[in-house]
Design a protein around this ligand. Structure first.
Ligand SMILES: Cc1cc2nc3c(=O)[nH]c(=O)nc-3n(C[C@H](O)[C@H](O)[C@H](O)COP(=O)(O)OP(=O)(O)OC[C@H]3O[C@@H](n4cnc5c(N)ncnc54)[C@H](O)[C@@H]3O)c2cc1C
Length: 402
C-alpha cells in the first residue's frame, strides 16, 4: 500500500492552504488557535466565504454544489481547515441534514433547503438524543402523531448543540409504536424552531459555556411535507447521517496545530530560570503525543486507501480513528493546561500588574485563559459522535469478528 502523497495531492494541499490563509479573516483564525470558540456570526461569515468559492459542501452530490473529489482530497481539505484554525462548516448543516435531504428528500425539499443549508441561511440542530436514548438511540420516545396534513410532536430531546441559535431542527420521532422492531417505527422530520410549543432550556457546562440544551416539544404542529423519506423509515436516514458524521473524526489537523502551538508557547513560559521547553520531562510528554499522532495519521491514510479499494464504502476501522483521535485531542488539551498552570482559568484581571520575574502572558494571554475551559470542554470528545465504548463494540464485532 503506497501511503505517499502524489504530486497532484501536494498541489491540492497548497491550493487549500493558500485559500484558507488568504480568504478566512486572520483574527477569527487566531481566536481559534488560542482555544476560543468562534461566535455563531463568525461561523456564518466563514462558511459563506467558503460557499462563495464552492468550498462549503464538497461532500454533497455535484449537482447540489458538491465536488467530485477523491477521499484523499476530502481528507486534505478537512485537515487544512483544522490546521489553519478555520471554523469548520457547520456539521449539522453540511455533514448531517444536507446529505440526508440530497439523498432522501423530495425535489421541492432539495430546491428549498439545500442552498439555504450551504449558506447557513438556516442554522440547523440535531434532535436525536433523548434522556434514555443516546447510545441506544432506537429507544427514543418522542412521538409524532398524524393529524390530517400535519404531525403533532410531543417529547423531549437533550444535548441538542446550539439549539438556542438554530432556525430548524431535524428530529427523529416515533410514528409507529407498534412496529415489530424499535428501529422500524421512526421518522425523520424537519421542524421549524419558531413553531409554537417548542421550549429550549440551556444545560450549563463545566467550561462555563452554553453549548448544549434540552428541547421540549409540546403539541408542536409540523406540516406533513416536512417528512424526509418514507414514514417509519427514518432509521435509514439516521444511519446514513451517522456514517457521514464520522468524516474527519480523527481531527489530525486540530491536534497537529495544537502541538505546534504547544512547542511555541513552551519556549515562552518561564520555569526555574529557564522555560518549560528546557524541561526534559515536558519535552518527553510532547514527543509521546507526537509519535501517537504520527501513527494515527498513518492509520488514517490506510483507512482512506481501504475505503478507496472498497469503492467508497465506509471502513469500520474508522472507529479506531475516533478512539485514538479523541484521546490525542484530550492529551493536547492537558499539555496546554500544564503550560498555562495557574493562569489556566480566566480569573485574572488583564490590567493587573504582574510582579517582576513572573510569566507575562499579555502576548498570549488569550491562550492561557482558554486552557482550562478547553480542557473541560474536550471531555466531550470521547462521548459524542458515538462514545468510545460503542466504537470498541463496533471494532470487536465488525473488525475482529467477535
Ligand atoms: C457535548 C455534546 C454534544 C452533543 N450534541 C448532540 C446533538 O447536537 N444532538 C444529539 O442528538 N445528541 C447530541 N449529543 C448526545 C450524544 O450523541 C450522546 O451523549 C451519546 O450518544 C451518548 O449517549 P448518552 O449521553 O445517553 O449516554 P449513554 O448511552 O447513557 O451511555 C452512558 C455510558 O455508558 C456507555 N455505554 C452505553 N451503552 C454501552 C454499551 N452497549 N456497551 C458499552 N458501554 C456502553 C457509554 O459509552 C457511556 O460511557 C451530544 C453529547 C455531548 C456530550
Amino acid at each position: 500500500m503506497d501511503l505517499r502523497y502524489t504530486a497532484e495531492e501536494v498541489a491540492f494541499r497548497e491550493e487549500m492552504r493558500t485559500f484558507f490563509r488568504e480568504k478566512i479573516p486572520a483574527d477569527i483564525r487566531r481566536k481559534g488557535a488560542e482555544g476560543h470558540h468562534a461566535t455563531p456570526e463568525e461561523m456564518i461569515q466563514c462558511q459563506r466565504i467558503m460557499n462563495q468559492h464552492g468550498l462549503a459542501t464538497p461532500n454533497w452530490p455535484v449537482e447540489w454544489g458538491g465536488k467530485d473529489w477523491s477521499p484523499m482530497q476530502r481528507y486534505i481539505y478537512t485537515e487544512e481547515i483544522l490546521a489553519h484554525d478555520v471554523p469548520a462548516p457547520l456539521p449539522f448543516n453540511v455533514h448531517m441534514v444536507g446529505p440526508v435531504i440530497a439523498f432522501f428528500g423530495t425535489e421541492a425539499q432539495k430546491k428549498h433547503f439545500l442552498p439555504r443549508i450551504a449558506n447557513i441561511d438556516d442554522w440547523w440542530c440535531q434532535g436525536f438524543s433523548e434522556p434514555g436514548a443516546g447510545s441506544d438511540l432506537a429507544n427514543l420516545k418522542t412521538r409524532a402523531v398524524r393529524d390530517g396534513d400535519h404531525y403533532i410532536i410531543n417529547g423531549q430531546k437533550t444535548w441538542t448543540t446550539l439549539a438556542q441559535v438554530a432556525d430548524w431542527c431535524f428530529v427523529l420521532a416515533r410514528t409507529n409504536p407498534e412496529a415489530a422492531k424499535p428501529q422500524q417505527g421512526i421518522s425523520f422530520i424537519l421542524v421549524d424552531m419558531k413553531s409554537p410549543g417548542i421550549t429550549v432550556r440551556p444545560i450549563q457546562l463545566v467550561d462555563g459555556g452554553h453549548e448544549v440544551n434540552e428541547v421540549f416539544f409540546d403539541d408542536v404542529r409540523v406540516p406533513v411535507e416536512n417528512l424526509v423519506g418514507e414514514e417509519n423509515r427514518g432509521w435509514d436516514c439516521a444511519k446514513f447521517l451517522l456514517a457521514n458524521e464520522r468524516s474527519g473524526i480523527a481531527r489530525v489537523g486540530t491536534s497537529k496545530a495544537r502541538l505546534r502551538r504547544i512547542r511555541e508557547l513552551a519556549r515562552t513560559v518561564q520555569l526555574n530560570g529557564g522555560t518549560m521547553w528546557d524541561s526534559e520531562q515536558f519535552r518527553h510528554k510532547v514527543a509521546a503525543v507526537e509519535i501517537e499522532l504520527k501513527a494515527l495519521e498513518m492509520t488514517q491514510l490506510r483507512v482512506i486507501a481501504n475505503e478507496r479499494a472498497r469503492g467508497g464504502m465506509p471502513d469500520p476501522a474508522s472507529s479506531i480513528l475516533k478512539i485514538k483521535g479523541s484521546e490525542i485531542q484530550q492529551r493536547t488539551s492537558e499539555l496546554t493546561l500544564e503550560l498555562a498552570g495557574p493562569f489556566a482559568l480566566p480569573f485574572r484581571d488583564p490590567e493587573e500588574e504582574l510582579p517582576e520575574g513572573t510569566n507575562d502572558f499579555t502576548l498570549g494571554f488569550g491562550w492561557a485563559d482558554a486552557a482550562a475551559p478547553t480542557y473541560f470542554n474536550n471531555r466531550k470528545v470521547t462521548i459524542y459522535g458515538g462514545s468510545n465504548e460503542i466504537q470498541r463494540n463496533i471494532i470487536a464485532k465488525l473488525v475482529l469478528g467477535f
